[in-house]
Write a protein that binds this ligand. Structure first.
Ligand code: UTP
Length: 290
């Protein structure tokens, strides 16, 4: 049985690539077809067995708190109008047997800082981190389920990775190290946003982590790095000097929904799989003159 119970969603970033949409609305509340990114992330965590969802939110992110709260008026209205299917959709937003905690990051000082804000909610136990704007779709086990299995087998900390074109290295944390099992490597090197010439490999860190609580002490002494932010990657680089950190090349398709093109790709792909929409949407795409 896994000892992993808590998952952190750092959702306090400014989302500048989506302005003006993200001026008052959290990037993580943008919907792919009909479900906000944050809900895909929460469902992935629940399916992987996590019981405590810790959201690190910023000032403009109250919609995220509302989304996971009971919508009393809406539920009453839907019940009165006998809209049972819709009522179920609304009620199912908050997964059963799951506890939600909200923590504020009052200044967007970086992903590493956001994770550090969750320290008192996490306590002294290993925990997961999911970045909802990295939407990962699978037919089988979801990405976090796969990572929990790797953690149960290898221990230490686990970072989700994916092969990217080397020209893209400046957008990611990049890792390298020897292979220790199928899809699993040691992390010997990890660098945030290197130029292609400095990238140690073509393996990029994407938004899934399992970390030991020792990361918090490392983050407390992590200086501001790339972009003037406290980078989680730099904290992990310090962590790997005293503990094992593994890279896990997960199975699944990842959409970078923090970028407009990734968001559009996810929208088209998921609409083509959508129960109610797929046929009509496919017909629509076919008749487009592109
Ligand atoms: P991004 O690098 O995507 O930054 O953060 P961002 O601010 O959200 O978006 P852009 O680049 O300005 O468009 C990666 C993850 O880290 C969180 C974000 O919410 C996102 O989930 N984050 C980032 C924080 O929680 N706090 C921060 O200070 C920075």
């Amino acid at each position: 049985m896994s000892t992993l119970k808590k998952v952190v969603f750092p959702v306090a970033g400014l989302g500048t690539r989506f302005l003006p949409a993200t001026k008052a609305v959290a990037k993580e509340m943008l919907a792919i077809v009909d479900k906000p990114l944050i809900q895909y992330a929460a469902e992935e965590a629940e399916k992987a067995g996590f019981e405590t969802l810790i959201f690190v939110v910023g000032r403009t992110k109250n919609s995220i708190i509302d989304h996971f709260d009971k919508a009393y008026e809406l539920e009453t209205e839907l019940a009165m109008r006998n809209k049972d299917a819709l009522l179920k959709i609304v009620k199912d937003v908050v997964p059963k047997n799951v506890n939600c905690i909200f923590v504020r990051q009052s200044e967007a000082l970086g992903l590493g800082h956001a994770v550090l804000c969750a320290e008192s909610a996490v306590g002294n136990e290993p925990f997961a981190v999911i970045l909802p704007d990295d939407l990962i779709c699978n037919d089988g086990k979801n990405c976090m389920q796969q990572m929990v299995e790797v953690f149960n087998q290898h221990g230490g900390s686990i970072i989700g990775t994916q092969t990217v074109a080397i020209e893209e290295s400046g957008k990611y944390g990049m890792v390298a190290g020897p292979k220790v099992a199928d899809r699993v490597s040691m992390v010997d090197e990890i660098i945030e946003k290197p130029q292609p010439a400095e990238a140690p490999s073509d393996q990029a860190v994407v938004g899934r982590y399992i970390l030991t609580p020792a990361i918090f002490d490392r983050l407390k002494t992590t200086e501001r790095g790339a972009g003037g932010e406290i980078q989680l990657t730099d904290g992990i680089a310090a962590l790997r000097k005293s503990e094992e950190v593994f890279a896990y090349s997960f199975e699944g398709t990842r959409y970078d929904c923090g970028s407009k093109i990734g968001y559009l790709q996810a929208t088209v792909e998921l609409a083509l799989q959508h129960r109610e929409l797929a046929d009509e949407f496919r017909q629509y795409l076919k008749q487009l003159e592109i």
